[in-house]
Structure formats: C-alpha cells, structure tokens
Design a protein around this ligand. Structure first.
Ligand SMILES: [Zn+2]
Length: 247
C-alpha cells in the first residue's frame, strides 16, 4: 500500500478527522440531529439556527434541546476501531498530530494524547457556567433533568465548550495548528471529512507544496479528492486497522 509506505517514512504526520469517522460509531452529524425533515428541525428552524450561539443566548432551552440530542448520542456510543488505530499511529509516530472537527471526545477516549490533539470545534464536556465560569462535569446527569442545565453555584446557564454555529473557532486550537503547520508536515491524511474549511485545505496544500504526501479516506469523493496523492474510497473503519498494521 502506497499510503502505508508513505506513513512509515514520514515523521511529522497530521491526521484530520471529521464526522464520517464517528458515523462509524453510529453518531449523527450536526446536520443529522433534530429529526431533520427537508433541512428543518421539528421546531421549524434550520439546524444551523437552532444550534447557534445567538440561539443559546435568545432561547437557551431550545438550543439545549439539540445540544442534548448530540450529547445523548455521544454518551450512548463509543470510539471505533479507526479511532484506536489513529491512537496507535500516534504511539508509533511521536510527531503525529490529530486535528478533529468532532466534538464527541472519542480520540481522547481511544488514547490519543491530548497534547497532540487539536479539537477545532471544541468538545461537549465538561460544561461550564456562562455567568461565573464554574466547571460542571455532570453532562449525563444534566441530560436527565429539565433543560437548560443550571449552575449549582449561581444558577447561571451552563454550556459545553463546543463551537456552535456562528461562533468563533477556539483561539488556542488555531494557534497550535498554525505553530505546527509552520514546522511543516511530511504527510497529511484526511478521514471522513467533506467540509472545505481553510483549516483543512491549508495543511493539505502546504504539505503538497513542500513535497509531502497527502491522502484522503472517504466513501465519496470531495472537493479535495483531486488534490490528493491517494484517494481511498471507503470508510475509515474498513481500512485504518489494516493500514496501521503495515507501518
Ligand atoms: Zn455559575
């Protein structure tokens, strides 16, 4: 396998993961929550509006209805073999980083080291109070109670450290990404992401310009497929274990 050989020779590797990876664990994507019908939630809103920063301020109970749906889905599933294979790659390659769009925390659960993990859309837990900043680790307990969840100390409204629609990407995560991109990557592997954000395009382009290796694993071709050295048209679950076993 060309991809296994390229990863074997690479030192600095960036693995970019998206919803397709966790879909293999049975998780819905952002756009798959809310009983969507023709792109609209049961509340008659596009999910991009229901799950947005402005909605959390205007109608916390409504926004939380959809955060809770994501939360229940994440707590009800587990990392899959591909998450574990990526963590194994990071053990073999101490300069292998993971950049994920997923908020489920499955990379950490599978053993990816937090110091080489960039969660660009944040994570669903622990919750924190928007009024006093107190941290509350009881996501699953709160999901059993009336929403929105309230702070034990000041009764302020809690929220997850996740990037909702119309919110900024976390500064620290972006800084880390730029620092690591500046050092360069020998290989960039994208898995299960169809989005075309600059934070995906840029590392891929930079690796190519610098003569590095790029590959994509996705059931369907995407906007970046044509720019990759290798396109593997399958699910991560089907290839990652095999791929890592050859490195
Ligand atoms: Zn509080």
């Amino acid at each position: 396998m060309q991809t296994a050989a390229a990863l074997r020779h690479a030192q600095r590797i960036l693995v970019i993961t998206g919803a397709g990876l966790s879909a293999d664990s049975g998780l819905p994507t952002y756009r798959g929550v809310g009983g969507l019908y023709n792109g609209t939630t049961v509340d008659g809103l596009p999910i991009e509006m229901a799950l947005s920063g402005p909605m959390l301020r205007r109608d916390p109970a409504l926004c939380w209805k959809y955060i809770a749906e994501l939360g229940k889905a994440c707590l009800g599933a587990q990392p899959n073999a591909a998450h574990y294979a990526i963590a194994q790659l990071q053990r073999i390659k101490p300069d292998c980083w993971v950049l994920t769009q997923n908020v489920d925390g499955y990379h950490r659960a599978a053993g990816s080291p937090p110091e080489r993990l960039i969660e660009i859309h944040g994570q669903l837990s622990p919750l924190f109070c928007q009024s006093c900043g107190a941290v509350d680790p009881q996501l699953s307990e709160h999901l059993q109670r009336p929403l929105p969840p309230l702070c034990k100390k000041c009764q302020g409204i809690l929220r997850p450290p996740v990037v909702l629609f119309q919110e900024m990407l976390p500064e620290r995560a972006m800084e880390t990404l730029h620092e690591e991109m500046a050092k360069g990557f020998d290989a960039v592997l994208t898995i299960g992401t169809t989005a075309s954000f600059p934070y995906i395009h840029e590392p891929v382009l930079r690796a190519r310009v610098a003569g590095g290796f790029t590959a994509e694993i996705n059931p369907q071709r995407t906007d970046h497929s044509a720019a990759m050295d290798v396109f593997l048209g399958c699910r991560a679950l089907e290839v990652m274990e095999l791929l890592i076993s050859h490195i």
